[in-house]
Design a protein around this ligand. Structure first.
Ligand code: ADP
Ligand code: TRP
Length: 321
């Protein structure tokens, strides 16, 4: 099975990114052929500062490598190092009805938020389609918010295949219902844009501060509490196995559980869970040329696969004459 996903290099990583996408991707290395890239072209829809984008790209690469991405086992690259994707995006634009893009929630949400509508923002799902189809991906692990974009990719692939025969594999989104949406400090979806995140590689003090800000209900300490109604529990359970989860649920239901205490336990759990990765990430970032070398090798591997698909597409569409 071929699995592909990308992540934008914009800003620091949070638990939503990790449990919604990265941990699943990394686990796929064991049983699938994994393609994973840093979506820096996509990030240009929101980042215009070149220095910031370049720095963010190296950091995103370090994040993935620190969390267990193995560049020997998998294909791991930066989107713009494989420019074939832009050519495919153009070709696919001609199979993309305006209505399909106009219906995209992500685009509509951004416009409602007051972000200026431009062509990059509008065409974002077509470039994402090119990412997916160029590598003949079967499975695309994403958070719930990206599901529609994978469906767009599927629709465009079907339209193209109807015209030219079975060129593209039809992709499927993969969403783990258990962590479909990781809640943030306020119970809404955890997201950079809501300022409600718990960050993966934060310093201890900052991490503790974020966790202490989790919103809880004003219930007296001695009263029994419903774990499923508690934002602290909803985040904590992501770190627990079945038995630990049951034990925590019982403590909630028994009463005499203070939210401050559970928050402190959650802080220690998150800190310890990511401690080795945080160390390794620091080492990687101390040698950016080492990261660049890994990414250059990854881009070579990715281009090999990409050029096979693109050659077929160029031939069918008459670009090879
Ligand atoms: P943000 O909303 O913070 O800007 P991104 O849009 O950059 O996050 O998301 C990167 C990846 O992480 C995507 O695959 C997205 O679906 C996933 N993701 C982001 N936030 C969450 C969340 N709260 N729960 C589950 N997955 C998430
Ligand atoms: N749009 C995705 C996000 O913001 C990132 C992305 C770009 C992606 N291309 C992709 C994800 C292809 C999966 C497949 O999270």
């Amino acid at each position: 099975m071929r699995v592909l996903s990308g992540i934008q290099p914009s800003g620091s990583l949070h638990l939503g990114n990790y449990f919604g996408m990265m941990s699943k991707m990394i686990a796929h290395q064991e049983e699938a052929e994994l393609f994973c890239f840093i979506a820096n072209y996509h990030a240009q829809t929101s980042v215009s500062d070149g220095k910031q984008l370049a720095k963010g790209t190296l950091e995103a690469a370090a994040n993935f490598l620190a969390l267990g991405m193995d560049p020997e086992k998998s294909t791991f690259w930066v989107q713009s190092d494989v420019p074939e994707v832009q050519e495919l995006a153009w070709i696919l634009s001609n199979f993309t009805p305006m209505g399909l893009l106009e219906r995209c929630h992500s685009y509509k949400d951004k416009i409602v938020k007051g972000i200026a509508a431009n062509h990059g923002l509008f065409a974002y799902p077509v470039l994402m389609t090119a990412d997916i189809l160029l590598f003949q991906s079967e499975t695309v692990p994403v958070g719930k918010d990206q599901k529609q974009h994978v469906e767009v990719a599927r629709d465009i692939a079907i339209k193209f295949n109807n015209e030219y025969g079975e060129i593209f594999t039809l992709p499927q989104p993969e969403i783990d219902d258990d962590v479909a949406t990781v809640p943030g400090l306020d119970g809404q979806k955890m997201s950079k844009s809501y300022g409600n995140t718990i960050d993966l590689f934060a310093e201890d003090k900052a991490l503790r501060k974020q966790i202490m800000r989790i919103v809880t209900a004003p219930i007296p300490v001695e009263d029994p509490k419903d774990p499923d109604a508690c934002n602290v529990y909803k985040i904590f359970r992501l770190f627990l196995d079945k038995e630990q989860d049951q034990a925590l649920r019982q403590r909630y239901q028994a009463g005499n559980l203070g939210f401050g205490d559970v928050k402190q336990e959650l802080f220690e759990t998150v800190r310890d869970y990511f401690a080795p990765q945080t160390e390794y990430r620091k080492e990687l970032l101390a040698n950016p040329d080492g990261i660049r070398e890994i990414l250059a090798k990854g881009a070579d591997k990715a281009r090999y696969t990409a050029s096979k698909t693109l050659r077929k597409v160029r031939k069918k569409t008459g670009l090879i004459y």
